[in-house]
Design a protein around this ligand. Structure first.
Ligand code: ASP
Length: 454
């Protein structure tokens, strides 16, 4: 049995929904289908989820959201009419969206989540209605009825353990199940959504609960590429990746699959295949536990330039028990997470996403570290880019770091920091943000120059 998830661009228009249904019907193992809300039809378009957020915000502000509400209803009606979905299905979709406004009781977060979920929920009803009109045995299943229970963190929910047991009962339902992504219900019965892009997470939870043989994730690219296609056009396609590699490559250029979606399938060892709705014959990229065909040491190069680094020096730091813990406690108190922490005998660098800091927070952290830890020096380096080279084949291969550092040197890029874990499947390089493209191009030439454009 396969769980297949289709993203927003795959459901953006009637033509796209037809493609999706052809894919569903072309393999009888596709039993559980997870859908996103209709996404953008072109670059100027607005996703249904964003329309719904505007709708909720307008209603909170002015108690009137007629314009925004009609825009959402029109999107669904436009798609449904072109597909020949019966009028009663379209009327119930319009009713559902309109009636959600009545849920507003002054609790903004709860209300926004209930509105946001309308995109996926009604898209699932629409796709089920269309499949039924073709004579297919398909049905919409509500996540609440199926027992998808989430933490009550609005807009940032996490799956609760009882869900996995509850969802097993879906196996007893005949025909094709159309399941809306992105939301579930809290134990208190409220609609709660995952973080944005969270339909991937729903699909992964279902695949794990149902012990699927495969989790297919249909999107609008043929595969995962070895480097950000915005930096290198037509880069080398990756056919197979391990979960670990995908995780190490989480930075920009590799965000086709929501990072939180990896956890449920990873725990069960269920393979994930990224595929293109617009080109379903393309083999896609499969993410697996172990890879047998390791022909190249480096499988991917990820880069992201939104980081900063807190550098701390103190003589005899290595002898001071609890130094690292106390620094991290200061960050914890500011609700800040970090990405990497390369260190030396008298030195610690803490790399974190720059968006988590502002001037006041930065000053507070510096003052606190000075006060509590009597450090010799502390400074914050802004506009840092991280570049990761990743591959299971790097482990035990001699000379990878030499080749990488030579690639930086050839284009005159200074390496601010390097970090390699004992697993040896990735090396992280920190460079100035302005040097990112130059460095990535040179690394790509070094590790993929032999297959350029293939
Ligand atoms: N529709 C939601 C969003 O735009 C979730 C998803 O597409 O996965 O974030």
């Amino acid at each position: 049995m396969i769980v297949a998830k289709f993203g927003g661009t795959s459901l953006a228009s009637a033509g796209q929904v037809k493609k999706v249904c052809n894919i569903i019907l072309s393999d009888s193992r596709r039993k559980v289908i997870v859908v996103s809300a209709p996404g953008k039809r072109n670059s100027d378009d607005i996703k249904v989820t964003n329309l719904l957020i505007k709708c909720a915000e307008a209603y909170i502000k002015t108690s009137n959201a007629d314009k925004e509400l009609n825009a959402v209803i029109d999107r669904f009606a436009g798609i449904g009419k072109e597909l020949g979905v019966p009028d009663n299905v379209l009327a119930s979709i319009a009713d559902d969206i309109t009636s959600r406004l009545k849920l507003y009781k002054g609790d903004n977060e709860r209300f926004i989540d209930a509105m946001k979920a309308a995109g996926e929920d009604n898209c699932a009803k629409l796709v089920a209605g269309y499949l039924q009109s073709l004579g297919t045995d398909a049905r919409y299943v509500n996540p609440g009825d199926a027992g998808l229970v989430l933490s009550n963190e609005f807009g940032n929910a996490q799956v609760l353990p009882e869900s996995y047991n509850n969802l097993k009962a879906l196996k007893d339902i005949s025909g094709i199940i159309i399941f809306p992504g992105f939301f579930g219900y809290s134990r208190e019965g409220d609609v709660v959504t995952f973080p944005r892009g969270g339909s991937d997470i729903t699909g992964s939870i279902l695949a794990a609960a149902l012990d699927a043989e495969l989790y297919e994730n249909f999107t609008d690219v043929d595969c995962v590429y070895s480097v950000n296609p915005r930096i290198i056009p037509n880069p080398y396609p990756i056919r197979e990746l391990t979960y670990r590699e995908m995780r190490e490559l989480a930075y920009a250029g590799f965000n086709v699959f929501h990072e939180e979606a990896m956890v449920p399938v990873y725990r069960k060892g269920i393979p994930v295949r990224i595929r293109n709705t617009n080109n379903p014959d393309a083999p896609g990229t499969t993410i697996v536990k172990e890879r047998k065909n390791i022909t190249r040491p480096v499988i991917g190069i990820a880069s992201d330039d939104r980081f900063c680094c807190i550098n701390i020096d103190k003589y005899l730091m290595n002898r001071e028990i609890g130094f690292g813990r106390r620094v991290l406690k200061i960050l914890e108190d500011e609700r800040i997470s970090y990405e990497h922490m390369p260190s030396g005998i008298d030195h610690i660098s803490i790399v974190l996403n720059q968006q988590q800091l502002n001037k006041e927070k930065e000053e507070r952290i510096i003052n606190q570290v000075k006060k509590e830890l009597a450090v010799d020096e502390i400074s914050v380096m802004h506009n840092l880019a991280l570049i990761m080279i990743v591959g299971e084949g790097m482990s035990e291969t001699v000379g990878i770091a030499a080749r990488a550092t030579a690639a930086f040197a050839r284009v005159g890029v200074n390496i601010e920091m390097i970090n390699q874990g004992v697993s040896e499947i990735s090396i992280m390089f920190g460079v100035k943000a302005k040097d990112t493209e130059k460095a990535v191009k040179s690394l790509y030439e070094e590790f993929f120059g032999d297959v350029r454009g293939s």
